[in-house]
Design a protein around this ligand. Structure first.
Ligand code: BGP
Length: 474
């Protein structure tokens, strides 16, 4: 009774948060490039401030990020030293199709990822590829308004076809969209949506979500046709929703919030809109427009496995409650009095991971994959230039313990675990560098200074032992 021998231990990153090099290799501009650091970031990522180009008044942390574009060999060497069996990364769409609507892909972009995958292969590290991690070409936002348009399905599938064919011999594990449910909370990141004054935002978000869901199902179909060994997962931001109290109104509100969160994976895993969503979207007059074949497409091509990120649970009270609001992964919730919080106010709830694993497994009965988990914290090098990140070790240890219990004691079928931001990278919600998750420190600061040099934190050696012992030594 322990983790399966082939349990996939590793780490996860996203192109826009680590690659940089946004003007290199023929790459085009993407939504993620124009999300500034600072006060305007929130309005931009939620689609309320239109920013489709860079200006001089803002700084754009994705432009250089931690320059993995030029450091990937070094990063992979360090991942291999930690014993990674899997590395989750994403493709920058505009490296492959700079504008999004080209007929032919950009060879230089393909070559970059090919070299990266060759490097993975050299170390026996399996890539787990997120096809779209908060990534939408600016060209497509200009041409058709991002995922509000059904045309996006065709552009996305063009990208998928190129990836599945070109990287057939390197990649067999794919995720269609990162945190697909984030479209409801950060629609510019999730779907390239920018709202005009007076638009019905909910209707547009659910229409865009429908397009992504159809695209995701068709990507599953295509992946299996091109290589029967391909396994494709959905990916959503998980975290069980607790009622603030046992008052039925709180319980009901928590259940509804949970359903809103599960809606996407319900469609991707079970192949149909759940009845609660049909009724509520119809009642609000925002049920998406569908083509006649859509129902069948969703039904025929469900995902093979369920991937999710877990940072924290959420706590919900009935409307009208005066409970204090909590921070956390772009979701609204109230402060859970039984938990402690990170420096960014995110709740810390390891048992919540076990609860979430059980809940998700009960719901879908498909293999699960934790593809993000970790602690965003400020790291200060000590006088010897070492980073003693015991707080990160403590967080990860408790979460891995909870995951172990779910596997060993509850029988959850779990494929693997990739810790988020295994090498320091730019924060998605805040654009900061100082919110660090890595086992590997990168000398890059919020003001853009730093040598980009990599160094091992204390957690590096700790995680190395965790992997070497297959989760027995924590
Ligand atoms: C998820 C995203 C990641 C990542 C992570 C941590 O929502 O999939 O891209 O960044 O959260 O969040 P943050 O960077 O805001 O700390």
């Amino acid at each position: 009774m322990s983790f399966p021998k082939d349990f996939m231990w590793g780490g996860a990153t996203a192109a826009n948060q680590c690659e940089g090099g946004i003007f290199e290799g023929g790459r085009g501009l993407a939504n993620v490039d124009v999300c500034p650091a600072g006060a305007d970031r929130s309005a931009v990522i939620t689609g309320h401030k239109k920013m489709l180009a860079m200006d001089d008044a803002h700084t754009y942390p994705a432009a250089e990020a931690v320059d993995q574009y030029h450091h990937f060999r070094e990063d992979l060497r360090l991942f291999a030293e930690m014993g990674f069996r899997v590395y989750r990364l994403s493709i920058a769409w505009t490296r492959i199709f700079p504008n999004g609507d080209e007929e032919r892909p950009n060879e230089e972009g393909l070559r970059f990822y090919e070299e990266l995958f060759q490097e993975c292969k050299k170390y026996g590290i399996q890539p787990l590829v997120t096809i779209c991690h908060f990534d939408c070409p600016i060209g497509l936002i200009q041409v058709c308004g991002g995922w509000r348009s059904r045309k996006m399905i065709g552009y996305y599938l063009r990208l998928c076809k190129v990836l599945f064919e070109r990287f057939r011999k390197y990649v067999t594990h794919w995720l269609t969209f990162n945190e697909i449910n984030m479209i409801l909370h950060a629609p510019f990141l999730g779907a390239g949506l920018v709202f005009e004054e007076g638009e019905d935002e909910e209707r547009i978000k659910y229409q865009a979500a429908h397009h992504e869901l159809v695209a995701s199902a068709l990507a599953v179909k295509m992946a299996h046709e091109i290589n029967p060994s391909n396994q494709v997962g959905c990916m959503f931001a998980a975290g069980s929703v607790y009622p603030y109290s046992c008052r039925p109104q709180d319980v009901w509100e928590a259940l509804k919030t949970g359903q809103e969160n599960y809606f996407f994976a319900d469609v991707q895993a079970r192949g149909a809109y759940p009845s609660y969503a049909v009724r509520r979207l119809q009642a609000q007059g925002i049920y998406p427009q569908m083509e006649p074949d859509d129902v069948q497409i969703l039904q025929r091509y469900p995902v093979d496995f369920i991937a999710f990120s877990y940072y924290n649970s959420r706590c919900i009270a009935a409307p009208g409650s005066t409970q204090e609001e909590a921070e956390g992964n772009l979701f609204r919730s109230v402060k859970n009095p039984y938990l402690t919080f990170s420096d960014w106010g995110w709740p810390i709830d390891p048992l919540g991971l076990r609860i979430t694993l059980n809940e998700v497994y009960d719901r879908y009965q498909k293999p699960l994959f934790i593809v993000e988990n970790g602690l965003g914290a400020m790291d200060q090098p000590d006088t010897q230039e070492q980073i003693e990140d015991d707080y990160r070790i403590a967080y990860l240890r408790e979460h891995i313990r909870a995951m172990k219990a779910a596997v060993e004691e509850d029988g959850v079928d779990l494929m693997g675990y990739t810790a988020w931001g295994c090498v320091d990278l730019v924060s998605a919600s805040t654009g900061e560098m100082k919110k660090r998750y890595g086992f590997i420190y990168v000398d890059k600061q919020d003001d853009g200074s730093g040598t980009l040099a990599r160094s091992r934190k204390k957690s590096f050696g700790w995680y190395q032992k965790v992997i070497a012992s297959n989760g027995e030594i924590l």
